[in-house]
Design a binder for this molecule. Structure first.
Ligand code: GDP
Length: 300
């Protein structure tokens, strides 16, 4: 999947990679070049503090040839990966208890439905019985989209009429999954950020009713964040993360932005590790997050 990752991250990596090449082929790795590199990292949404830390780290390295862009890029990739150390983890719905309950949270448009569909397809291809639950009962279009994903993945589907109580649906879905021996339950949720408190109350209610069925919190709560909205994604992480029920992050649309650097400050700010990244709209465009590979692909 590494080449697919590189392909998916072309926008970020060509921008950063080409610019690094031009910074360091025009001049040796001196103070001016490091300043240019720092600016470049800030433009890619790494944030000023991390950009400064990385530039500082590179300034302390000795290169035999200060114009050797490959060696400089490798050192840069290492510095980025170091920033991400301890911030990666795997998503594994098949080794834990059954039914394994996964909740998807995040604002509308972040890629929740698509991510859920991609995960469903991956799980059914491995032979798992999957139940998809349309917990965003207010957006009829989202429910329809999810139904299409369920059909495509060969997963079962549960929804309600528009405006129905999402927590009631989640409860019934978990009871059904237990009775009918499903392996995994994937629950979509609403993402209207216009009324934050109402949204959080609804999510907490869903968590509460799930606890009643399985004697514990959902096994995984994935917060889906769109990399193309830059620092807004950081703000979203803080809103959802403050509720302390997020267990993993998914960064989507890394293929659609030259600002994939935003992943780094988010990873550092969040209590939850990054588990998956989205690098396209296709069914197999969801990848496990591996910090070192990500850093290498990004630098180009
Ligand atoms: P939701 O409102 O959070 O459920 O978002 P959707 O799953 O409907 O996604 C919103 C849009 O983003 C759709 O057009 C998706 O095809 C697209 N999308 C989701 N993930 C990715 C990704 O990783 N890369 C790209 N390029 N598009 C994505």
């Amino acid at each position: 999947w590494l080449s697919r990752l590189t392909q998916g991250l072309t926008k970020t990596s060509t921008e950063i990679g080409q610019q690094i090449t031009s910074v360091f082929t025009q001049k040796p790795l001196d103070e001016k070049a490091l300043e240019d590199l720092e600016d470049l990292l800030i433009e890619s949404d790494f944030g000023p503090q991390i950009a400064a830390d990385i530039a500082q780290k590179l300034s302390q390295q000795k290169f035999n040839d200060p114009k050797d862009t490959n060696a400089i890029k490798a050192a840069l990739a290492d510095a980025i990966a170091d920033e991400l150390s301890g911030r990666e983890d795997t998503f594994d719905a098949l080794s834990g208890p059954k039914p394994y309950i996964v909740l998807f949270v995040g604002v509308n448009g972040s890629g929740k439905t698509t991510t859920l569909g991609k995960i469903a397809a991956d799980l059914t291809s491995k032979g798992a019985r999957v139940l998809i639950v349309a917990g965003d009962t207010f957006r009829a279009a989202a429910v329809e989209q999810l139904k299409v994903w369920a059909q495509r993945a060969g997963a079962d589907f549960m929804g309600r009429k528009t405006g129905a109580d999402a927590a009631g649906l989640a409860y019934d879905a978990c009871v059904r999954a237990k009775e009918e021996n499903y392996d995994v339950v994937l629950i979509d949720t609403a993402g209207r950020l216009q009324n934050k408190q109402q949204l959080m109350d609804e999510l907490l209610k869903i968590v509460r009713v799930i606890k009643k069925v399985i004697d514990g919190a959902p096994h995984e709560t994935l917060l889906v964040l769109d990399a193309t909205v830059g620092r807004n994604a950081l703000a979203q992480e803080q809103i959802f993360g403050r509720q302390a029920f997020v267990s993993g992050l998914v960064m989507t649309k890394l293929d659609g932005t030259a600002r994939g650097g935003i992943l780094v400050p988010i990873a550092k700010a969040s209590d939850a590790p990054i588990k998956l990244i989205g690098v396209g709209e296709d069914i197999d465009d969801l990848q496990p997050f591996k910090a070192r590979e990500f850093a290498r692909s990004m630098v180009g």
